[in-house]
Write a new protein. Structure first.
Length: 680
């Protein structure tokens, strides 16, 4: 890959993983609601290597531009063509789009089945015995499932679920480790036409109970446990605790993974190995309407209650399929690996649906990247000859910190393309990824998207678009983003603003489960007629997009979204706490760290013991992902005269910065002074 115009940027590129403090551009300070000041200047450009472009599906910028321009000029024509070409239909659709903002219906009149698109259509071809999933467990055990194997297992699981009363439209919660059965369970739901809601295995029993209650799931699929850093994650135990607080769940299907002893409740709990293997390996796929609900995935918003994001069948599948195809430039010979957990949208779209719909071979890994040591990721790349690696900046930064000696021990020459997702990738991490992992020969696709968008929205097409460290570059086909001010007017190039999407797209969320009003308020009320992403961004003179981070009260911790309100609610639910405010602080490894300001109830004295108790409480309420990085006690929190906590001031305090923000609405200036003194 050739690099042109290397101008020193604000960000120091370092090879030992140490960045200059405050140099991370991803969340230097959350942009405020009114104005966004963009500070990052990065002008290193990496053109796609000729050898890559020559064989790429889209091999030049002109080709990209032509397809993109046509696609946004006439989106229904573009999407109709793609839907016919990329998907297999049981019944063809009649109408491409019905758009009654903010409600979209795509491909009405059509019928299809997602599992048929991911499995049956390949099993009928020479891909029948091709590896669909190459799985590696944390202890080192491996399994390979061909397309034919996967179809048989999915059909058996669908039969077992049907025997438990699961019908089209029912909700099935999946709370599992990263073992092949998680993909089997997801696909089995789609075969029946039931909706899955995958709950990340790192979430607590409380979080699982909330999601089961909100979705009214009738079945939970889980495992006795999963391996993580050599330890056992007690999934079944968490399910048992969650089910104490739910009434909708009638059956629990349990995979034996760790062999840990678990309690099985007669009549409710069933071992997978007792009920799945002896089912028939055939299940007649449900012919789902295009808009049939496919899955719910809960994500954090700016209020305390997670939102059940609803995706539907045809549109979602089309988005995942064509983005995986063109952004990963998928070839028959590729071995593709996405390191995400299937509990996040990245795992849904780019471990399961996107790669399988394309008939690709996907690697799946159960455990931690540093088990037994920091060479694990690279050993997997070497062992399975991974050619496409898709991971997150937080993992890249952790690997930089662990040292170059780990990747250097392994042969990474099989890699031809690298990807990044979850948060802005800071240029120093980009350069390290490019040089140390990609051997300077692999393009990097920095893909911007969200749980809500279903599939990638802004990303380089690797053989066509010059890449710039830190920029997600150009919109994907059919996607029409813009940077606007708070009145919805486009801002001049180079100026920061709100990232919106102007036209509907097939894989967009359809609503928030059971709450159309919240759906309208969260995404469609800020700028009428446009989808409000909640991210600040700017576009440079060449049209490249630079994502600057969330503009709402959502934190991005290790590439995962957490609502500050959710953590505050968890803290306040503890007996000792009177009030709390949670803010993010730039963190070299995690992107953002979680800083909690807490006022204790009268008579309670701050102590390390209290801090530990509160920290554990947050973990129990939400999960280890939400563990506070710091808890600070305060006599009072900075508030406006109307009583609103001024989080922007707290963000400065947390970052150890002198505030340049307007404090005229602050009720009691001494509060801020006291918070600062506490730092000394
Ligand atoms: O702030 C953006 C950030 O992650 C948010 C979406 O989070 P989630 O729904 O959990 O999905 C993560 C995986 C798709 C976005 O609003 N984000 C995601 N990818 C990028 C990013 N920020 C900058 N660059 C990215 N490539």
């Amino acid at each position: 890959m050739s690099s042109t115009k290397r101008k020193p940027s604000r960000v120091k590129s370092s090879r030992n993983g140490k960045s200059k403090k405050g140099s991370r551009p991803s969340s230097p300070n959350k942009p405020s609601q009114d104005s966004i000041v963009s500070v990052l200047a990065e002008s290193r450009v990496f053109n796609p290597p000729k050898s890559f472009s020559r064989t790429a599906l889209i091999g030049s910028e002109q080709q990209y531009k032509k397809i993109w321009r046509d696609s946004v000029k006439n989106p229904t024509k573009f999407w109709a063509k793609q839907a016919k070409e990329q998907l297999e239909w049981i019944k063809p659709f009649k109408k491409v789009l019905t758009w009654k903002p903010p409600f979209a219906k795509w491909f009405e009149g059509g019928k299809l089945n997602v599992s048929v698109n991911c499995l049956d259509r390949h099993v009928r071809t020479e891909k029948r015995n091709k590896a669909a999933i190459i799985w590696e467990g944390e202890p080192g055990d491996t399994r390979v499932l061909t397309y034919h194997d996967l179809l048989r297992e999915v059909s058996k699981c669908a039969n077992a679920l049907e025997a438990m009363g699961v019908k089209p439209g029912h909700r099935v919660a999946i709370y599992m480790p990263m073992i092949p059965e998680i993909a089997i369970a997801m696909l089995a739901c789609t075969r029946i036409g039931a909706m899955h809601t995958v709950v990340f295995g790192g979430f607590s029993s409380e979080a699982l109970a909330d999601r089961c209650n909100d979705s009214q799931a009738s079945v939970v699929i889980t495992a006795d446990g999963g391996f993580r850093k050599g330890a056992n994650v007690p999934l079944k135990k968490n399910v048992d605790a969650a089910l104490e607080k739910t009434t909708s769940v009638k059956n629990v299907l349990v995979v034996k993974r760790t062999g840990e002893s678990v309690t099985m409740k007669p009549g409710r709990d069933h071992w997978w190995h007792d009920v799945v293997p002896n089912q028939s390996g055939h299940y007649e796929p449900y012919a789902a309407d295009s808009e049939h609900p496919l899955f719910l995935l809960y994500t954090s918003g700016s209020t305390g209650k997670p939102k059940g994001i609803l995706h539907t069948t045809a549109g979602y599948l089309l988005g995942a399929t064509i983005s995986a195809k063109y952004v990963f430039d998928l070839k028959e010979t590729d071995t593709y690996w996405c390191t995400a957990d299937a509990g996040w949208v990245t795992g849904h779209s780019y471990i399961v649906y996107g790669p399988l719909a394309n008939g690709a071979t996907a690697v799946m890994y159960e455990g931690a990247p540093n088990f037994p040591d920091w060479g694990r990721l690279w050993s997997i790349v070497e062992k399975h000859h991974v050619s496409i690696l898709y991971t997150a900046p937080t993992a890249i930064r952790a690997c930089i910190k662990a040292g170059d000696e780990w990747p250097k021990k392994y042969n990474l020459k099989s890699l031809r393309l690298l990807g990044s997702v979850g948060e802005p990738i800071n240029p120093e991490a980009w350069i390290w990824y490019h040089e140390v992992i990609g051997g300077k020969r692999c393009p990097i696709v920095d893909t911007w998207w969200q749980t809500e968008t279903g599939s990638m929205m802004i990303t380089p097409i690797p053989g066509a678009i010059p890449q710039i460290p830190g920029s997600a570059t150009k919109p994907f086909f059919g996607i029409d983003p813009e940077i606007v001010d708070k009145n919805g007017n486009p801002v001049p190039k180079g100026q920061g603003g709100f990232l919106v999407i102007k036209k509907p797209w097939p894989s967009m969320l359809r609503t928030i489960w059971g709450d159309d009003e919240r759906f309208k308020a969260a995404y469609w009320s800020q700028i009428p007629g446009m989808y409000f992403t909640g991210d600040g961004a700017r576009q440079d003179k060449k049209g490249n997009f630079w994502i600057m981070g969330r503009i709402d009260d959502v934190l991005n911790v290790s590439g995962h979204r957490l609502s500050t309100m959710e953590i505050e609610s968890a803290l306040v639910s503890h007996d000792l706490v009177a009030e709390s405010a949670v803010v993010g602080r730039p963190d070299d490894l995690k992107g953002e760290g979680i800083i909690c300001f807490v006022t204790l109830k009268a008579g309670i004295s701050p102590s390390t013991e209290v801090k530990d108790k509160l920290s554990k409480h947050v973990v129990t309420q939400i999960g280890a992902l939400a563990r506070p990085d710091e808890i600070r006690f305060a006599d009072a929190l900075p508030k406006t005269r109307s009583g609103k906590i001024m989080r922007r001031l707290l963000r400065d305090v947390a970052a150890g910065k002198q505030s340049t923000q307007d404090t005229t609405t602050l009720e009691d200036l001494s509060v801020l002074a006291n918070l600062r003194q506490d730092e000394d």
